[in-house]
Design a protein around this ligand. Structure first.
Ligand SMILES: O=C(CO)[C@H](O)[C@H](O)COP(=O)(O)O
Length: 230
């Protein structure tokens, strides 16, 4: 699929998700190019249909700025008890409803917002749907103080780590950490890998999202918009 077609599918999934948002909701907003379409559609609904949200939490400063450009007031996560709904993109969605996220480097905030949401909807184009998590590096956010040790441990485990780069320097997250991408061909047991990463000192967060997504909206090349519920 070329980028233009993929963008069109992302937009259609996003517009469908925006139609599920109701005035009065406390809403979580993810990060990425699919979410950018979501935000524009929510902005349109605010302008034309007077959509008013009770609270909004975004998972990146990029999404925050875009929401504010549409006149939405954005809250800090700490100010909101629980969000009614979070809509986010994903890099891979497996049929067991696990996913890889963090292609945009916002995985830590995305997971924190996700666990504080009553319902989570992901919006994807069909190229991201897989039987087993594969075809996309798994991001792991690590503290600078012990990142070299983490990297070597991943190497020794055969997890094929590479540093996430930006402008020929190590990519730095919102929280001042680095990202190591694990280039694993196929993650057959995501729960096992998640437990390993959860217990590794120096790992801040990782991009395996298991038992979080409740519903996925998939835009297909044949024009169908599929709403798959867990
Ligand atoms: O997890 C994410 C950012 O950290 C994004 O949701 C994910 O990378 C999908 O991005 P896009 O919609 O641009 O394909």
């Amino acid at each position: 699929m070329d980028k233009q077609n993929q963008d069109e599918l992302k937009k259609r999934a996003a517009i469908k998700a925006a139609s599920l948002v109701r005035s009065g909701m406390k809403l979580g907003i993810g990060t990425g190019s699919t979410v950018a379409y979501l935000i524009d559609e929510l902005g349109r609904r605010k302008k034309e249909e007077h959509l008013e949200l009770a609270a909004i939490v975004t998972t990146s400063s990029r999404s925050k700025r875009q929401m504010e450009r549409w006149g939405f007031q954005v809250n800090e996560l700490a100010e909101v008890d629980q969000l009614d709904l979070t809509i986010d993109g994903a890099d891979r969605f497996a049929t067991d409803f696990s996913g890889i996220k963090g292609g945009g480097g916002a995985l830590t905030m995305e997971k924190n917002v996700a666990v504080n949401s009553k319902k989570i909807i992901w919006i994807v184009d069909e190229s991201k749907v897989v039987d087993y998590l594969s075809g996309f590096p798994l991001p792991v956010e690590v503290l600078p103080i012990s990142c070299e040790q983490n990297f070597r441990r991943f190497q020794a485990q055969g997890l094929k780590p590479t540093w996430r780069m930006a402008d020929e320097k190590r990519f730095v997250t919102h929280y001042g950490n680095y990202i190591i991408d694990l280039n694993i061909e196929r993650i057959l047991v995501p729960q096992g890998l998640a437990a390993y990463l959860d217990h590794m000192v120096g790992v801040v967060e990782h991009g395996l999202f298991i038992n979080m997504c409740d519903e996925v909206i998939i835009a297909h090349t044949n024009g169908k918009i599929e709403q798959r519920k867990k």
